[in-house]
Design a protein around this ligand. Structure first.
Ligand SMILES: Cc1cc2nc3c(=O)[nH]c(=O)nc-3n(C[C@H](O)[C@H](O)[C@H](O)COP(=O)(O)OP(=O)(O)OC[C@H]3O[C@@H](n4cnc5c(N)ncnc54)[C@H](O)[C@@H]3O)c2cc1C
Length: 562
């Protein structure tokens, strides 16, 4: 189902449901209701409590609204009261009416308290103008007085502290898929789980706009079901771009706008590291800063507008060179080939795995070059994890703004891992405290980081401290192992290009062309690198975008046979 039809359906009429095991009575009630309310309400008819509950579960998952429930009292299997009781769990604000024979009025009166019955109607209800419509009118009026805004977006039910629940939300957010988030102990979450026949043991549950409930879906399944493209439309392209950060998006925009058949392959969500940056202050043309997600979402739309295909949740795991073709294999074995490849796979900052930390990434917990956050820490307590130069430089930088900076180091001292000049600088700043043998073992907060638990590994003692800021500098790796043996890399795994490949004036081993590798070209002709994954790259958004554009200029040169 498309998003448009989901939105249309959500705007569609709320339902009045009637259930009676006697087919002729059931039809008659539905007929009378349709006559009076059919234009504004959808009349749903069922012939047993179970059938009616199935219909309600489906409506719940689709985000439909239910205004009134009319149930016959005497039904085999599940009587009207039992039905209404269960229906209440799904649609607590729907008004409830019991249809009874005269002999059952006492049971109906008792039910007023049990299922919070709004009304009981004696059969027969003729003429409906006198006996049925005034009752239903009053109930519809009461129902309409409360807010029942339709829900057309994806809904996620999960645990607050579950990493997978966070990942699913992060995945949807980073792919710009609007969703509503429900903690599993909220009443509406309980109703959604009941409708999906799911339990809190199998969270997260994602309900997509057509009403399908996905239990703990993989990223690939999620991408498929929310309408993100995961399968290439063609077998052969002019250029395959691997990685959807600024460098990959830059490549895709320039390649597609210059008429190249272009596909961009992204492991998780377009945006890369930049997509995780809450505010990029130094990107040209945005004097007030721009959120990384906004910047990269615009870039993705720009690439698509020019005709680039964008595939998400596809992980490139192998690159093969077959004559003039360059073939990229995905994790599931599928392959695509092209004349050229631009590798824009960036770096991944190593993550701390202590409980709670994943939840607060970007909401108090920051990885890598999040130094732009420093002014926001003004007058507050900041914690930094790491014992190398990057952590030390960050400590100096944050000390200019924060009230107190605590540098937590796993090892017994900084000596083994940090430059001497930095250790001296740190020692000279009163507001920086170094805590050796210390690890962050937990993070807590309400919506954002508020408290950290630290453990002294020498004594085993733990301490909980208040802090809204944790900056983690425990290294970044380019994750290029899958290219080992195919492309030349440096000791850190970064990809060597152009002049860096030349050793004593000699071209790299296996190089077949009578020219030197172009500036961003790897040890395999026609395979280029842009952005952070390249050895000696600058690790900035602007340079990544610039290299993405430049790689495409070189792709043209390569395709022209130069
Ligand atoms: C929190 C934070 C704040 C930052 N703030 C700034 C700032 O203010 N200013 C600034 O100039 N820079 C900033 N940076 C740095 C900047 O974001 C990076 O330099 C830039 O994103 C690098 O772009 P890239 O395209 O080379 O790589 P990345 O942004 O790392 O993107 C690489 C992409 O490739 C994907 N990928 C990796 N391997 C594969 C594979 N095998 N198959 C498919 N896909 C794959 C990844 O999932 C990722 O989406 C910040 C970085 C972070 C983390």
């Amino acid at each position: 189902m498309t998003e448009a039809s989901a939105a249309e359906r959500a705007r569609s009429r709320p339902a009045i449901l009637t259930v009676d095991d006697d087919v002729s009575v059931s039809r008659a009630v539905a007929r009378d209701l349709r006559r009076q309310y059919g234009e504004r309400y959808r009349i749903v008819r069922a012939e047993s409590g179970e059938q009616a509950l199935d219909a309600l579960r489906e409506m719940k998952l689709r985000g439909d609204r239910v205004a009134v429930l009319l149930a016959d009292f005497r039904m085999p299997g599940m009587n009207g009261l039992e039905f209404l009781e269960q229906a209440m769990d799904l649609f607590p604000t729907a008004r409830r009416v019991l249809l009874t024979a005269y002999a059952d009025t006492n049971a109906a009166i008792d039910a007023i308290n049990v299922v919070d019955l709004d009304h009981y109607l004696l059969k027969p209800w003729d003429p409906p103008q006198e006996k049925l419509y005034p009752v239903v009118d009053a109930l519809l009026e009461a129902w309409a007085a409360t807010d029942h805004s339709p829900v057309a977006e994806t809904r996620v039910v999960g645990h607050r502290w579950s990493a997978r629940s966070y990942e699913v939300r992060d995945f949807l957010a980073r792919n710009q898929v609007p969703y509503r988030w429900y903690l599993c102990d909220e009443p509406e979450a309980t109703r959604l789980l009941a409708a999906a026949r799911a339990s809190t043991d199998t969270l997260p549950v994602v309900i997509i706009p057509d009403g399908t409930a996905l239990t703990d879906p993989s990223d690939g399944e999620l991408a498929d079901r929310v309408g993100l493209s995961t399968t290439p439309a063609e077998d052969f392209y002019d250029v395959v771009v691997i990685g959807g950060g600024p460098a990959g998006l830059g490549s895709a925009v320039y390649a597609a706008s210059e008429g190249l058949r272009t596909v961009l392959v992204e492991r998780m969500a377009t945006g890369g590291q930049a997509g995780q940056s809450s505010r990029i202050e130094n990107y040209l043309g945005f004097p007030d800063g721009v959120s990384g997600a906004q910047l990269t979402d615009r870039a993705r739309r720009q690439a698509v507008k020019f005709g680039a295909e964008v595939l998400t949740t596809r992980d490139a795991v192998a690159l093969a060179v077959e004559g003039p073709a360059r073939t990229v294999r995905f994790g599931d074995g599928q392959e695509i080939s092209a004349h050229t490849v631009v590798l824009a796979t960036g770096v991944s900052y190593r993550q701390l795995t202590a409980p709670g930390l994943a939840e607060f990434t970007g909401r108090g917990v920051f990885y890598g070059s999040a130094l732009t956050e420093a002014p926001s820490c003004s007058g507050q307590d900041v914690y930094i994890v790491g014992g190398a130069n990057s952590a030390g430089q960050a400590a100096m930088h944050f000390a200019r703004h924060a009230r107190r900076v605590t540098l937590t180091v796993r090892g017994p001292s900084l000596e083994a891992s940090m430059s001497h000049y930095l250790i001296q600088q740190i020692a000279a700043v009163d507001t920086i405290t170094v805590r050796p043998c210390t690890e962050v073992i937990a993070a807590e907060g309400d919506g954002h980081l508020e408290r950290l638990t630290l453990r002294d590994n020498a004594t085993g003692e733990t301490e909980t401290v208040d802090s809204q800021w944790l900056f983690v500098f425990i290294g970044a790796a380019p994750r290029t192992d899958w290219l080992d043996g195919v492309l030349a890399r440096d000791a850190g795994g970064f990809l060597l290009t152009g002049p860096d490949l030349m050793v004593d004036g000699s071209r790299p081993a296996g190089w077949t062309l009578s020219r030197d590798p172009y500036h961003l070209e790897t040890s395999v002709p026609g395979v280029f690198v842009a952005g952070d994954a390249r050895a000696e790259s600058v690790k900035r958004v602007a340079s990544a975008v610039g290299e993405g554009a430049m790689a495409i200029a070189l792709v043209h040169r390569y395709l022209a046979g130069h």
